[in-house]
Design a protein around this ligand. Sequence first.
Ligand code: HEM
Length: 466
Amino acid sequence: MAIDQAEAVSRDGVPDRRYFRTPATAPGPSGPQMLARLREIRSDPLGFLQRMTQVYGPVVQFPIPSPASYLVADPAAVRRVLVDRSRAYDKATVQYRSLSLVTGEGLLTTSGDIWRRQRRMVQPAFHRASLEAVVGHAAAATEELLVRWGDTSRGAVIDIDEAMMRVALETVAASLFGTDLSSDADRLARATLEALDVVVSSAQIPVRLPAWTPSQRSLRRATRELDEAVHRMVQRRLAETAPRADLLGLLVAALDGEDPIPLREVRDELVSFMVAGHETAASALTWALWLLAGDPVSQQHAIVEVDEVLGGRSIRGDDLPNLAYLRAVIDEAMRLYPPVWLVTRRAMEPDVLGGREIPADSLVIMTPYLAQRDPRMWPEPERFDPERFLGEQRGGAADDAAYWPFGLGPRMCVGKDFAYLESISVLASLLQHVRVERVPGEPDPRAVPLVTLRPAGALPLIVRPR
Ligand code: HEM
């Protein structure tokens, strides 16, 4: 959809200053233009961002009085913010502040020295050796799922989004907290999702809601449930005699370690990891299955690989390097549907991005979605083609900022290896037994960018035994 540039941009290429209290330093839409597009922003925010860069270029300023807010799409500028000058940008943004209403002060949302200490503390739980168990947990969760589905011989219509949320929850809870679903991990996940729902929907209303509104009450209830579930998980772990090397084990050991952390921090990290590691992996898997269901040739490739490598037995950690096609399927799904669609930073000092001045305190908005669907870097960007990630081409375009579903720089996803182990194991364990098909007549799902990029409503697929 074309946007009338003349209305928004004055002759020097920057927006009409009437709509700004902060200086206008980059082109962008005017206030009235933004208002006229509110419905589009709500219904198709990613399409809106794409159109903004098509009209105004790789750095777009939004008519927001404070803080000055920029959409930054230029790969070199994204690399500057996230990698080269990462210490000059922190996470004190509206996005991370909203998340921290649920997560508290955990690794996902903190900045500076606190973040550095937290990252050092949890890192050992994400080394390759500590992650070996992820494959077994993911396979077990998938096998349970197949049992629950029962007889699919006549083709069962399954909500894949719900199924992948469950598998991802079981995998993350078993791997990081050493719990199974009969215990508090289920309540922890439910309460986390409930709290996030409130936070995401209130973030769309630009006023602070009073404490008595139903949504604020359910936020308080969910937060209380979170605290209780974590408390019980910690108490049970403290009662065990043998230490464990998972995330919960590391955190519990730190309670009375050399540099002791308070119980509050254990709670905040557990919730942060639930937020960061559950829905993200589920989103990657859901889109991967939906794309495979629409492309029988790619699905057949994947099935042949699974049969060659596994030959009918359950997946093991040492199979992963041989499942290159499955990994390419996951990579390609995350290219088209990056689970973490929004990455924001606050400029702690003035900078210049893509030739535009960025004042201190500005909000910088970035999304891998734009680079990953850019036809200059990805031929036929809308087409699902796992081959892009095979052989010489592995990793897609040469520029790392052309493909960054796990972020870039020091704050890159700490769970990246975990996510690959999990998603490849789940896909392999599923495709060993079943095929997926699209439901005839069912419209394509709309991708809604909430905390992660998820299908709006359920995502039904037909599941049949192979
Ligand atoms: C396909 C799945 C996943 C995707 C696409 C993903 C993506 C990301 C991205 C883009 C970031 C950086 C955000 C930023 O720079 O603002 C991030 C950070 C993070 N991720 Fe993931 N993630 C995934 C799975 C996981 C899993 C499974 C875990 C844990 C088990 C996890 C834990 C975290 C944590 C704790 C951070 C914050 C790291 C830090 O700031 O030091 N993620 N993730």
